[in-house]
Design a protein around this ligand. Structure first.
Ligand code: GRF
Length: 203
């Protein structure tokens, strides 16, 4: 099974996937890493692992649609079974999402549906929540609104800061994202009729 990973930055989730692959535990191969940011650190991680790293800078395109069209072409050249968004900081056009519907996962740093969008840790802290976490979901046209397939919960401590909370959540992302990717590649997790199923059971 073939996986293409899209990144914009550090790529620590990409690293977690690379590490699983190195132990033959991913259930597939990351065949390419694509970044819209030329200096994304995750590109080094791909190089180090011997994975093709592609830079496709969005600034060189006039419109979101032109960029997504180019991105579709690059992705399809690699014939992926699954597209994994790992800190890819772009809003995707409906055309792009439709093209890969049911074959594209994202990880988001909140317990969705709570805290869609940006600054999730600061917003959760400001609300004084007792629990926070991260979610893996299928990507649909609704931003951070596709069906959730896996979540990890962390407790928010008394002296929590935005940084400490972010670190805790990030560590959980690294645990659950490779699992969700593996289940997808094995055909256990599926997208159907706008929802997700695990071993045929609706989630
Ligand atoms: C993560 O917090 C993820 O939830 C969000 O973007 C961040 C990516 O981090 N979608 P990294 O680049 O994988 O370190």
């Amino acid at each position: 099974r073939r996986v293409v990973v899209l990144i914009s930055g550090n790529g620590s989730n990409l690293q977690a996937l690379i590490d699983e692959q190195a132990h033959d535990r991913l259930g597939g191969d990351i065949v390419a890493v694509i970044s819209n940011e030329p200096d994304a650190y995750g590109l080094h991680r791909a190089h180090e692992a011997g994975i093709e790293a592609v830079v496709l800078p969005h600034r060189e395109y006039d419109s979101r649609d032109a960029y997504d069209g180019a991105l579709i072409k690059v992705i399809e050249r690699h014939e992926p079974d699954l597209i994994v968004l790992a800190g890819f900081m772009r809003i995707l056009t409906p055309r792009f999402v439709q093209r890969f519907l049911g074959r594209m996962l994202n990880v988001h740093p909140s317990l969705l549906p709570a805290y869609q969008g940006l600054n999730t840790h600061a917003r959760a802290l400001a609300d004084g929540v007792a629990e926070h976490g991260c979610s893996v979901h299928f990507v649909t046209e609704e931003l951070d609104g596709g069906p959730v397939v896996l979540q990890a919960v962390v407790e928010v401590s008394e002296d929590e800061t935005e940084e400490s909370l972010k670190a805790k959540v990030h560590a959980r992302e690294h645990l659950i994202y490779p699992i969700a990717v593996k289940w997808c590649l094995e055909g256990r997790l599926k997208f159907a009729n706008g929802g997700a199923t695990f071993d045929g059971v609706a989630l």
